[in-house]
Design a protein. Structure first.
Lengths: 341, 538
């Protein structure tokens, strides 16, 4: 029989709650999931599948209930995975059954409406327990459901919360949990990162390119770090969130190397080149130009290879001039080359 | 204003203190020694030679300038340390714990208490207003009693004192706080409490005599080593477990700037969670502990000049302890009683609704309720998954911080504004409006001509401030005796108070102008209203 202290209660059978329950149950953890919708409870119990995330397998250690009393009685560690607009109601409802010994961490990556309070503040107002925390990070439900490696951070001012969350939720290699004491910082970073992700999505959708994207990320980090001190953050997590966004950028770049993305890029490049066809080009001068032209011809139609070839051709031309004893200013020479290109 | 309801059990608790003292000391000693020995088994910095060396090192540092062999004992200990056996170390630890325990432990003399609460106020009233007392007859003998008023949630606090153990947590702005809260408790019909008083307070022989015999225990802030802190915390914990009502100043030290305290050091307040946890473990969760917030509101503050100087010099960081302030001068204290306490209700102690050790509110029956108003069992806060009581120092510290946040939330609501505070704020606002800055360092350099304000402007400022206060009870309230008064009378009263006690008058009236003579003290008194936003700001 699994002890109450080793059982994880999940409040809400949405996509994240289901994915988390799935990954934990597959690792052999006992999970009790509370949903207010009897149809969802029935589907989980009978079909071992949740309608909100059908692709997530829900093996036996996971059970569903529509009774919050059962959830609170069987699990001391609870994960609140509901939408930000439901937080208050669900906390109030749950508060009738939990006591001061319960640990409640939420996975709401937003501020609670309409007051824009942090969700942990709302929980402390609505629940009898003071031991609350936050789960945040780039763990996507689809990744969790498929068992793709994911990572999250748990933050709380109570070390016990972090300790218990890491003990119960850490199921490597599918899910690795890191700890932090900066509850306010992680909550704020999580909420703001969500907002900035939307902005980044717009940026990408408008095909604005890496420059504006970099500016947006830089300014987002600067902006996100401002409200922190006034709202009790320790500061590091907003910066870390910024770094996380940069990492997300790196992830995007990595995705760019995937065949599907490359095909998209090729199509875009083809369209651009077709649009530029027939336009006048600035003349290139000297041997560097000729070498560049040859290199370009050698490199075919790939831009990156051509650029590299041009650069090396320019270097070769400069070195030749130097060998002949000409007055050479490397910087000027390369500058001239850049202007010429 | 005095409440006639008698205190039954509560009074008896401190009366049995002297008989209990050895038992309390023994319990404290046993626990501290057992814990230290258990920790020492882990080795490293917790091993006994490090613990003892820490004591010897800190004592040598403290006593290095003293003569007559004051350091001999510690030099000897430090020399012997490496050759001592484990049993010898444990014996040395035990004797040190006993030594510091005896230094800390207080005394309660029922005769002194009877004197202090019965004859004392009348006698002091006679002493401090000698000629008028004779003229005004016996009514004046009770004058001191009428000077210190107590109000607020006294009924429920008294019920809590009878039901369980109370821990009174007042704001701290003066060394007069100890006697003031003592009288305040008496006036509210609450039991006397034991409390930790800084050893520097014992420099005044008059006050020291009373404190020594009314249950105060001494806290020597010069002793920085861990062992002393452990002794202090454990002694406080044992007192609470044995049902002795206590008093802590959660601010830690006197508030230099006179603002209503927001950042609390908490200190011994953490022992309430530990004591309750121990009670739950021993199967007595029904023996509740209640935290009673209180504010002590002075019309004028004895050490205002020193405190504000210290604040401005150190920009609020209290890095050193003032030992030669007004409190150590008998003459200044007499002056304080003569000039400050001539006003009725010069000191108001306002008690708030009690909280439990986890910062939860309580019902009238003493049951804890959460923020949503549901009754909760406080014992569950220290229990683990299967109902067992768990030890977690970080968790307990976090609970204490949560309690501190609740106290800091409650204090503004319990603040009582005297005429001196209201008028100081009105004048400071007016000066700030004229100069375009609220920066005290800028205002300190103000030309004398610029520091005169028409009386009419001050009255208008007071009227506006009173209206805002009336509309926002969360900021506090004006003194009950001010309520029927007109703003002009409040201004006159404040000018009289601010102009008489301090070595230099704070404000002087010149026909229809009020001239600010001491901007530092004006700033000090207006700081009591600092949590009230400036009018027109967001």
């Amino acid at each position: 029989v699994t002890k109450r202290g080793d059982t994880i209660g999940i409040v809400g059978a949405g996509s994240f709650g289901t994915a988390l329950g799935s990954v934990l149950a597959r690792a052999g953890r006992r999970v009790v999931m509370w949903s207010r919708d009897p149809a969802v409870v029935d589907a989980i119990t009978t079909k071992r599948s949740c309608p909100r995330l059908p692709e997530a397998p829900l093996p036996a250690p996971l059970e569903a209930t529509a009774d919050p009393r059962k959830l609170a009685a069987e699990a001391r560690f609870l994960v609140l995975a509901v939408s930000s607009k439901d937080v208050r109601d669900r906390a109030r409802e749950l508060g009738n059954f939990v006591d001061g010994s319960h640990i409640v961490v939420h996975a709401v990556g937003a501020l609670a409406l309409p007051t824009n309070d942090r969700v942990s503040e709302v929980l402390q107002q609505g629940l009898p327990t003071l031991k609350v925390g936050v789960l945040a990070g780039p763990a996507l439900p689809a990744d969790l459901a498929q068992g793709v490696f994911s990572s999250i951070v748990v933050a709380s001012t109570f070390e016990e919360v972090v300790r218990e969350a890491r003990r119960l939720l850490n199921v490597p290699p599918a899910l690795r949990v890191y700890g932090s004491k900066d509850l306010a910082g992680v909550e704020l970073a999580s909420a703001l990162a969500g907002a900035y992700t939307v902005a980044l999505g717009l940026c990408d959708g408008l095909a604005m390119g890496p420059g504006p994207r970099a500016v947006l990320i830089t300014r987002a980090v600067a902006e996100a770090s401002r409200p922190g001190p006034g709202r009790g953050c320790r500061g590091a997590h907003v910066r870390r969130a910024g770094r996380a966004r940069q990492l997300a950028g790196a992830r995007e770049r990595a995705l760019d190397r995937l065949p599907a993305r490359q095909a998209i890029r090729r199509r875009r490049g083809h369209r651009r080149r077709r649009a530029n066809r027939g336009r006048a080009r600035r003349p290139r001068r000297g041997r560097a130009r000729e070498a560049a032209a040859r290199a370009h011809a050698r490199a075919g139609r790939g831009c990156r290879g051509a650029r590299r070839a041009r650069r090396s051709a320019r270097g070769r031309a400069a070195r030749r001039r130097q060998r002949r004893g000409c007055r050479v200013n490397g910087r000027r020479a390369s500058g001239a080359g850049r202007r010429a290109s | 204003m005095a409440i006639e309801r008698p205190v039954r059990e509560a009074e008896n608790r401190l009366e049995r203190f002297n008989a209990d003292r050895e038992r309390l000391l023994g319990e404290m000693e046993r626990r501290v020694v057992a814990r230290k020995i258990a920790e020492a088994k882990g080795g490293g910095d917790a091993s006994l030679e490090y613990v003892l060396n820490d004591v010897a090192y800190c004592e040598l540092k403290r006593l290095e300038h003293k003569k007559n062999g004051a350091t001999d004992r510690w030099r000897d200990l430090s020399r012997r340390l490496l050759t001592m056996s484990e049993e010898e170390k444990q014996g040395e630890l035990r004797s040190l714990v006993r030594h510091y325990g005896k230094d800390v432990v207080g005394n309660f003399d029922p005769r002194v208490y009877k004197f202090a609460t019965g004859v004392g106020p009348s006698l002091m009233g006679l002493l401090f207003s000698p000629m008028s007392s004779l003229r005004d007859g016996m009514a004046a003998l009770k004058s001191l009693e009428s000077r210190i008023a107590a109000d607020g949630e006294c009924e429920i606090a008294r019920a809590c004192a009878e039901r369980g153990t109370i821990v009174v947590c007042p704001t701290h702005s003066s060394n007069m706080d100890s006697p003031a809260i003592g009288f305040g408790l008496m006036r509210a019909g609450l039991p006397p409490t034991t409390y930790g008083a800084g050893k520097n307070l014992f420099t005044n022989p008059f006050i020291s005599f009373f404190m020594r015999n009314l249950g105060a225990y001494r806290v020597d802030r010069r002793l920085k080593f861990e062992l002393y802190k452990d002794v202090l915390k454990e002694y406080s914990t044992v007192l609470l477990e044995h049902g002795y009502h206590s008093l802590f100043f959660p601010g830690g030290t006197r508030c230099r700037s006179n603002v209503v305290e927001k950042h609390l050091k908490l200190g011994l307040l953490g022992t309430t969670v530990t004591a309750y946890k121990n009670l739950v473990r021993e199967g007595m969760p029904q023996k509740r502990l209640y935290i009673v917030p209180a504010t002590i509101n002075y019309r004028l503050v004895l050490e205002a000049e020193t405190l504000i100087d210290d604040y401005l010099a150190e920009t609020g960081k209290s890095r050193y302890i003032i030992t030669d302030d007004e409190f150590s001068r008998i003459g200044r204290i007499l002056e304080f009683f003569r000039k400050i306490l001539v006003h009725e209700g010069s000191v108001v102690v306002r008690f708030g609704r009690p909280l439990d050790p986890f910062g939860n509110d309580i019902t009238d029956d003493g049951e804890s309720i959460d923020r949503a108003g549901r009754v909760v069992d406080p014992a569950t806060f220290v229990r683990g998954a299967d109902g067992e009581v768990t030890d977690d120092d970080q968790r307990d510290a976090e609970y204490t911080r949560a309690l501190g946040r609740r106290l800091a939330q409650v204090y503004p609501k319990l603040t009582v504004f005297h005429a001196t505070h209201l008028v100081s704020r009105a004048l400071y606002d007016e000066l700030a409006r004229r100069t375009g800055t609220r920066d005290i360092y800028h205002l300190l350099r103000l030309a004398p001509a610029a520091s005169s304000i028409p009386v009419a402007d001050a009255i208008e400022g007071v009227v506006k401030l009173r209206a805002r206060l009336a509309g926002t009870p969360a900021w506090g309230a004006e003194h009950p005796l001010l309520q029927p008064q007109a703003a002009s009378a409040i201004v006159d009263d404040a000018v009289r108070g601010l102009g008489t006690y301090h070595t230099r008058p704070v404000v002087v009236r010149q026909s229809d102008q009020l001239r600010v003579e001491d901007i530092k003290l004006l700033y000090y008194y207006q700081n009591r209203t600092a949590h009230i936003p400036v009018e027109g700001s967001a």
